[in-house]
Design a protein around this ligand. Structure first.
Ligand SMILES: Cc1cc2nc3c(=O)[nH]c(=O)nc-3n(C[C@H](O)[C@H](O)[C@H](O)COP(=O)(O)O)c2cc1C
Length: 223
């Protein structure tokens, strides 16, 4: 990896959306965190277990509020300028534990995804690397106002892809991985420090405004 550039502080929450001890996505998330650091950012590592929640229920929410896992998720998102999630693909979609945590966290105000920069990664033993799951994950996150980076890195045949030091064996893929994360960091740095985002979040932008149904929020992301 190349030397650290002179980058203004960019804090990135990094976690894998797998609860499995030997998770391939955890290895990819750890590599992403190392690259963030190498490129001058500050990785804030977390684990899916930190954010895991009981299945969403309106009754549970009404009786006991938002569970601790979702509160932690919101706090860690709010403390970072951006997030990177390495998510497994389950049946061509995202893992239920992640969708559940997103749903719970979306109940908190200010809603923590709005205006936040995000990047999606996946790792799978399959040839497609779990990429279909990331397209499904974009839907709720973008619905909630996250600014998702267009490029998604899906590591195919991930069970054979890492070397003993946790890097991607293929030098070409390792270089692409580093370059993609570096470009993401450049965007996050610009969005955070040079053009502070003031973003209005309206759940359904073209719907007739109504106090009874509107979910509208203003968010400012400051350095
Ligand atoms: C319920 C289930 C569904 C899965 N569906 C897919 C799938 O649609 N596509 C895929 O590439 N892998 C699929 N897999 C395989 C996972 O990608 C593989 O187990 C991966 O290692 C899980 O991520 P992890 O290692 O980070 O825990 C599935 C695994 C499970 C348990």
């Amino acid at each position: 990896m190349s030397a650290s550039p002179d980058r203004r502080n960019v804090r990135v929450l990094v976690f894998a959306a797998s609860l499995r001890r030997a998770s391939l996505n955890r290895r990819l998330a750890e590599l992403a965190a190392a690259v963030v650091e190498e490129k001058g950012g500050t990785p804030e590592r977390a684990a899916m277990a930190d954010f895991d929640c009981p299945s969403y229920s309106g009754d549970v929410e009404q009786e006991g509020g938002v569970p601790a896992g979702a509160q932690r998720f919101r706090e860690r998102l709010a403390a970072a300028h951006a997030f990177i999630i390495a998510a497994p693909e389950y049946n061509a979609s995202m893992p239920g534990c992640l969708k559940n945590a997103v749903d719970w966290a979306s109940r908190i105000r200010p809603q923590p995804f709005n205006g936040r920069q995000g990047m999606l990664l996946s790792a799978s033993p399959s040839m497609a690397g779990g990429n279909r799951g990331l397209w499904s994950l974009r839907v709720p996150l973008e619905h909630l106002g996250a600014r998702l980076y267009p490029d998604m890195f899906s590591l195919a045949q991930a069970h054979e892809a890492f070397d003993g030091a946790g890097r991607i064996k293929s030098p070409v893929l390792q270089e692409r991985f580093e370059r993609t994360i570096e470009c993401f960091l450049e965007l996050v740095e610009a969005a955070t420090h040079y053009r502070p985002l003031k973003k209005l979040w309206v759940e359904n932008l073209g719907e007739h405004p109504s106090a009874a149904t509107d979910r509208v929020e203003h968010t400012t992301l400051s350095g």
